[in-house]
Design a protein around this ligand. Structure first.
Ligand code: SF4
Length: 225
């Protein structure tokens, strides 16, 4: 919502990126800006290209930012909470648009989000982060349905299921540590219901855990044996 420069037209912002990265002249860059706006579903792109960000709705501005991200034909787009502050129906449209355009252009997307619903809908693989490190990584369906790290188990357990009646949802006791006071050993150990002595002194690397990999001593071959 605030990524666009409010005193430059949409067309100039896209053209500038295209000219710097692809070496096109001004007329070619303007044509590419119009094409990108059309690709992202902006109606009447020939007129809209000369308008300013405040003349666009929130969802339209998000489409313009996607056009801007794709303008220089990247191989990878890092999208940090791309649907925050948009209402739910617009969120679904934006995620579908991002997926379609990146597939068409052969670009990968790294989506950074706290919204497990968006992850389930949009992603192939997911990395669950805790205190700045990957706690678990693997195919989305496996991480969601068969979580291997106690933190992922807690996260999934805290999401209400539509087909299940429960008095209480699972809760992860305690709070996320401050990044300048991360506990020794496994960072999750003060909150982990399955903590062992070793967890308080040795930090686990990612270990194979079924179809995923989890940074947890429960998946150490010696513990499992
Ligand atoms: S390493 Fe230990 S404290 Fe950390 S998640 Fe696994 S069992 Fe829990």
């Amino acid at each position: 919502m605030t990524s666009l420069n409010p005193v430059m037209t949409i067309g100039r912002q896209i053209s500038e990126t295209v000219q710097v990265h692809l070496g096109l002249n001004a007329a070619q860059a303007r044509q590419r800006a119009i094409q990108l706006l059309a690709d992202t579903g902006i109606p009447a792109p020939e007129q809209r290209v000369d308008q300013y960000p405040h003349q666009f709705s929130g969802g339209m501005r998000q489409r313009v930012v996607i056009a801007l991200a794709l303008a220089a034909q990247p191989q990878l787009i890092v999208a940090d909470e791309p649907t925050t502050a948009l209402d739910v129906s617009i969120q679904a449209q934006i995620i579908a648009l991002l997926k379609r355009l990146c597939k068409d252009q052969g670009a990968a997307v790294m989506l950074v989000t706290h919204d497990m619903g968006v992850i389930a809908e949009a992603c192939d693989r997911v990395a669950v982060m805790y205190a700045g490190r990957v706690a678990e990584i693997g195919p989305v369906a496996d991480v969601i349905h068969r979580p291997a790290h106690p933190y992922t188990v807690g996260l999934m357990g805290s999401i209400p299921a539509m087909d299940e009646e429960r008095e209480r949802l699972m809760q992860i006791d305690g709070a996320m540590p401050r990044l300048n006071a991360i506990p020794a050993g496994c960072a999750f150990n003060p909150r982990c219901p399955r903590v062992m002595d070793r967890c308080r002194s040795e930090r686990p690397d990612l270990l194979p855990a079924g179809a995923t990999r989890a940074a947890c001593w429960l998946h150490d071959a010696q513990v499992a044996a």
